[in-house]
Design a protein around this ligand. Structure first.
Ligand SMILES: [Zn+2]
Length: 176
């Protein structure tokens, strides 16, 4: 579980024990941009909650594992190993469990595209698309395919002809 220490001025230190490695991340979110720096150290598993202590302009961090005591010094954006003997135990504070601040935001759901027009009913009127049909009571209005069904073709050559034509315009075949 990661722990955090708030340095103020938009700076936070995160400590995590990943396997046998201690990961220290320094995150600055000042002046509109996020910056991160950090170190990793082979420490073994923590046996205590890590602690932090403020000393002047720097912050000391301390982890205790089966392998010993590890102390780091954070100054500005620099993280370095510090002398464990210099640990100011009386100023130390246990770190707080980290919020989800370092974790990536969940991906934003893509917008669902607009549905094509769905059949719609208002009172006794029913509208639907493809083909566009309007039904009102027992009256039905349909638009679109009416023309295709009225088309006629010459029985001789198969050319399209008008309904009232007496002769085919293509081959001259007498119709009707
Ligand atoms: Zn014809």
């Amino acid at each position: 579980m990661p722990y955090q220490y708030d340095l103020g001025f938009g700076q936070k230190i995160y400590l995590d024990n990943s396997g046998l490695t201690t990961v220290i991340t320094l995150a600055s979110s000042g002046s509109g941009q996020q910056q991160q720096s950090g170190i990793q150290a082979q420490t073994g598993l923590w046996t205590e909650v890590p602690q932090a202590a403020r000393t002047g302009s720097s912050v000391l961090l301390r982890c205790v594992t089966a392998q010993g005591v590890f102390v780091w010094q954070v100054q500005g954006t620099e993280i370095g190993v510090a002398d464990a003997a210099a640990w100011p135990a009386q100023q130390a504070l246990a770190l707080q469990p980290a919020e989800a601040g370092l974790q990536a935001m969940p991906p934003i759901k893509p917008m669902t595209p607009m549905e094509p027009m769905a059949p719609m009913t208002m009172g006794n009127m029913h509208l639907s698309a493809n083909p566009m049909t309007m039904q009102m009571g027992d009256m039905t209005l349909s638009m679109g395919n009416a023309e295709a069904s009225a088309k006629k073709f010459c029985t001789q050559c198969g050319s399209a002809i008008q309904a009232g034509d007496r002769f085919c315009g293509s081959c001259g075949h007498q119709l009707q």
